[in-house]
Design a protein around this ligand. Structure first.
Ligand code: ZN
Length: 111
């Protein structure tokens, strides 16, 4: 992963290869509920706010870049299993691609 940072520079983007539901934000009452589950595993009915009954907005990511808060979090928290091969994009135009197998040693992508 150190090599990834060197090779790909500051623009590196980590492709999760899946949609991750970070949480629900309710416009009705302003509440935010963190979820951190794969999108497919979350029941549609959970979109309904239990406080005010409105449909909540889902906050979904499928990639990480340095500007995002989630980049500081361990990948296991983001539902990426160990042994998973992840793609990292970088270079000036995002046209350089590297593949990395995730192991216990490199749980924190950005270090
Ligand atoms: Zn609400």
């Amino acid at each position: 992963m150190e090599q990834a940072k060197k090779d790909l520079g500051k623009l590196a983007i980590l492709e999760l290869g899946r949609d991750l539901l970070l949480g629900f934000h309710c416009k009705g009452c302003g509440r935010y509920e963190p979820v951190d589950e794969l999108l497919g595993k979350v029941d549609e009915a959970k979109r309904i706010c239990e406080y005010c009954g409105k449909t909540r907005d889902a906050e979904i990511i499928s990639r990480l870049d340095r500007s995002e808060l989630q980049a500081d979090r361990p990948l296991s928290e983001l539902c990426v299993p160990q042994g998973e091969v992840l793609a990292v994009r970088g270079g000036k135009n995002g046209d350089r691609l590297r593949l990395f197998e995730l192991t216990g040693d490199v749980e924190r992508f950005w270090g």
